[in-house]
Design a protein around this ligand. Sequence first.
Ligand code: MG
Length: 355
Amino acid sequence: MKDKSEHITMLHGAGGTVMHSLVKNYIVKHFGNAVNIEVPLEALDDAAVVDNIVLKSDSHAVKPLFFPGGDIGCIAVAGTVNDIAVLGAEPYALACGFVLEEGLALKDFERILTSMQRTCQKAGVSIVTGDTKVVEKGSLGGCVINTSGIGKRTEALERNLEVVRRFRGDFKARWILDSNLKAGDKIILSGTIGDHGLAVLSAQEGLSFGSDIKSDVKPLNRVIQSLLGEVGGVVAMKDPTRGGLADALNEFSEKSHVGILIHEDRVPIRNDVQAACEMLGLDPLEIGNEGKVVVGVVEEKAEEALELLKTTEEGKDAEIIGEATADFKGVAMQTLVGGKRIISRPVGDPVPRIC
Ligand code: MG
């Protein structure tokens, strides 16, 4: 009997350990080790850096196309913008490839384009090139959008790095990378988790949860640039998308070779999201988000960074949720009842096709 793992399964696209092994064992095997790339493919960061330009490509296959709080159009712009922004760069130009499914209503296509344009305006970016293909009716779900983009260094990033070096003399990194954390750095989460995954799940399954759970999808580049320029001290950043906060923290921990301890009572979760997760047997730490950022910042700047975030719409529910530590390896959570729970990398996001 053939091993199921010889074929692509939905888990291969769900963040988590199964997707990471696909990327490492197949994609990096063939495309890794390109020469003279400052932040290369095999760093597996949110984006690459080539000749001082941050470069990112991201395909968006969220199902359904429209869901509470958002649609595939705003995700297609915000997803790529945020991956560029978390390296510390300012995104400025995007390329967009549409794969449209036969039968997609033109009014829905126009609604998606309008949403993309609105999100571009919010982020201050432009779509400058692209492509359109059409495939026969099947299971595409209407359309898939690939968005690639470039971002450049900014004054704010330079100021941020100067602040880091003031506290950490040996800091050599030129970008905000997953591998930059050191024991003692604080971990800030910009707001509540699980909202996006549950909003998409509710649309997929026709559930209402008797509440008002909406996607958090939004571009974060402006708030990130203010944080870098006005406070500084940021060393690592990640948008906790597929695989959620659990996957993002494990990426930090593995690449930076530090332990991370978070505190359950400080992780912001809406009551209705928590209740829906309990009802469905889902762990909110493993559910994807599209408008949140996890920030590693030097301890001396953590309170100031939190204060700035709290003055913004994007970061009004931000909290310092934990710290990097040399006491253990991996990620752990101090629970409400007083124990410690290991937070391992999820096998895959429990909600399929969330982005
Ligand atoms: Mg990312």
